[in-house]
Design a protein around this ligand. Structure first.
Ligand code: UDP
Length: 154
């Protein structure tokens, strides 16, 4: 069906777990029409985050980012559907919460770049890499969504 094979990684970050926003975030992707294909709650360790944020390791804020991302459990998910990488980034909003548009996850639920509630992969290539960092192959579930003719049309 439409969008098969297109997947992205979403993390509900530790601030959002502490603030009990997990359901709100999941609900947005569900209501949009995306299909959940993997999900787990875990405490991330430094090794995993060093891989995930490899491109940021030299930034001055990286130690604080590591402390934030290891401060408590987070929820890692893989979502699938048409244009999911781009659409998910649009739903997440600007990295800087203060600039994020109302209606986006960050624009609705967060105040500051250092506590910005979610991560979503920024390209199809990045998504493939990131899904591999966070999930084993057999943790992804292939299933048919029964409503796809209503979600996607003919
Ligand atoms: N971040 C931060 N301070 C900054 C920039 C980024 O704490 O000045 C954190 C923030 O949590 C952000 C993450 O680093 O989500 C990754 O940054 P990136 O530029 O990749 O933004 P994203 O893809 O998450 O929007």
């Amino acid at each position: 069906g439409a969008g098969n094979g297109f997947q992205t990684l979403v993390l509900v970050k530790p601030d959002a777990v502490q603030r009990r926003l997990v359901g709100d975030v999941i609900g947005r992707f569900e209501r949009r029409g995306f299909k959940l294909v993997a999900m787990k709650l875990l405490q991330a360790d430094r090794g995993l985050l060093d891989q995930h944020y490899q491109h940021l390791q030299q930034k001055p804020f990286y130690p604080a980012l590591l402390a934030y991302m290891t401060s408590g459990p987070l929820v890692a998910m893989v979502w699938e559907g048409y244009n999911v990488v781009r659409s998910t980034r649009a739903m997440v909003g600007d990295t800087d919460s203060a600039k994020a548009a109302a209606g986006t996850i960050r624009g609705d639920l967060s105040m500051h770049v250092s506590r910005n509630v979610v991560h979503a992969s920024d390209s199809v290539e990045t998504a493939l890499k990131e899904i591999g960092f966070w999930f084993q192959r057999d943790e992804l579930v292939a299933w048919e969504c029964g409503d796809s003719q209503y979600t996607y049309g003919p």
